[in-house]
Design a protein around this ligand. Structure first.
Ligand code: GLN
Length: 446
């Protein structure tokens, strides 16, 4: 059924890069056997799942939407993929994205751009645009995405689905192709909050293969969804409803707050004063980490190697010149510059200090409040092509998701209405490892 829908719709939406029909059929047979034998069923039994194409899958091509990896077949599964299999979900394919997860519109895919199922002329957001569009178009029951500066939440917002970025360290990054290791997190995209809780339940937990994986007790996320938000203390940062946020988006978010109020929650305006520095801080830190992480793509160890090469240096040079797209090159150059000797203190170290200040903003607000709420993105999905030539404008779309990533705390985007005919996302941000409150609030609202 999932493949039928993909066949019907994906020609237009272009959410998938690779389909796993054979693998899915084999797995489906195993599940049939389970039914017959009466063996216990996993938490996600039989659910068709799409996986973002920067998460490695054994024997199933994993491209990161890059020409560099257009022929890369991993020899192992990411921890999240093994966990999904253990929960009896079925991997149906690999999802389109911005190349190496760098971008906010999916137009940086080196294959083809994903289109927003609500309006094919609009972008689905990014970088997990395929993950969001596939759920919105019914081309998967749920998907996994990755979020470094907003890449799960912003596409969820643009495509009218639920996207959760867990606390940094809650979900293993083992087998996620690294973009910015201190920020990357894997999380679920789903039709509703309950599904999100189920998928999180299946993928969360300590993993010895990821050195930044957190040793924390995993609560029962599903039973946290009790519908009760009476007395919940909500903080609404004035920076999140200020300049640059579309009037329609603001209005939609304010009416969502009214709904929460009617359910017994209370909200007050607060300030996260360092918000204005977040975008610059993020792009410096993320690009620095990316320049280091992407050094492994040298034409020798992974992916494409160019032919007819003289020296080893030529091999590196030519492979990287041909293999990477413009945005990836832009980030590598920026990051290499920021990390180079003589500039390190002025840029990288300074950015790390500002990151601490941003995190402190959150700590202070969370002393008095349970959750922070605002829009996920300042606008709804824009038209394809509208921002491709203007990377700085593109970077500013992340202004409301990036501070959360820098602070490492969890946040969900839930659909909260429409502005100019396109979906708007409500962002609910929680304390570190308090996904339960985030999910409970989102579920009560939904
Ligand atoms: N749009 C942001 C960027 O381009 C976020 C990407 C992400 O979270 N992977 O870096």
């Amino acid at each position: 059924e999932a493949f039928r829908k993909i066949g019907e719709r994906d020609e237009k939406v272009q959410a998938y890069i690779t389909l796993n029909e054979e693998g899915a059929r084999t797995q489906g047979k195993k599940l049939d056997d389970k039914l017959v034998s009466g063996e216990e069923r996993g938490l996600l039994f039989g659910l068709p799942a799409g996986i973002k194409d920067n998460i490695v899958t054994e024997g199933l091509r994993t491209t990161c939407a890059s020409q560099f990896l257009s022929n890369f077949n991993p020899v192992y599964d990411a921890t999240v993929v093994s966990k999904l299999r253990a929960a009896d979900a079925v991997t149906i394919g690999k999802l389109n994205m911005d190349e190496f997860a760098m971008g906010g519109s999916n137009e940086n895919s080196s294959f083809y751009p994903v289109r927003n199922p609500w309006n094919l002329e609009r972008v689905p957001g990014g970088s997990s645009g395929g993950s969001a569009a596939a759920v919105a178009a019914g081309e998967a029951f749920f998907t996994l995405g990755s979020d470094t500066g907003g890449s799960i939440r912003q596409p969820a917002s643009y495509c009218g689905v639920v996207g959760l970025k867990p606390t940094y360290g809650l979900v293993s990054r083992f087998g996620l192709v690294a973009f910015a290791s201190s920020l990357d997190q894997i999380g679920p995209l789903t039709k509703n909050v309950e599904d999100s809780a189920y998928v999180l339940q299946a993928i969360a937990g300590y993993d010895g293969m990821d050195s930044t994986s957190a040793k924390v007790e995993i609560p029962d996320y599903v039973s946290a969804l009790n519908g009760d938000v009476s007395g919940l203390r909500i903080a609404v940062p004035k920076e999140y409803l200020g300049e640059g946020v579309d009037a329609g988006v603001k209005e939609t978010v304010l009416s969502a707050l009214k709904v929460l109020e009617s359910l017994g929650a209370v909200w007050e305006e607060v300030s996260l004063p360092h918000t204005e520095y977040a975008v610059a801080t993020y792009y410096l830190l993320a690009s620095s980490e990316a320049s280091s992480n992407l050094a492994r793509f040298d034409g020798v160890r992974y992916g494409q190697r160019v032919d007819h090469i003289g020296s080893l240096l030529d091999l590196y040079h030519e492979s990287r010149t041909q293999g990477f797209g413009d945005e990836v090159k832009r980030r590598i150059m920026l990051g290499t510059y920021a990390l180079s000797s003589g500039y390190y203190d002025a840029y990288y170290l300074k950015a790390q200090k500002v990151r601490t200040l941003i995190k402190r903003d959150f700590d202070q607000v969370f002393e008095k409040y349970d959750v922070i709420i605002g829009p996920t993105a300042p606008t709804t999905a824009f038209k394809l092509g509208a921002q491709v030539d203007d990377p700085l404008t593109m970077y500013l779309n992340d202004i409301l998701t990036i501070p959360v990533s820098l602070a490492g705390v969890p946040a969900i985007s839930v659909p909260c209405g429409f502005a100019d005919g396109m979906p708007v996302g409500l962002q609910i941000i929680g304390k570190a490892f308090d996904e339960s409150t985030v999910l409970r609030t989102a579920h009560a609202y939904e």
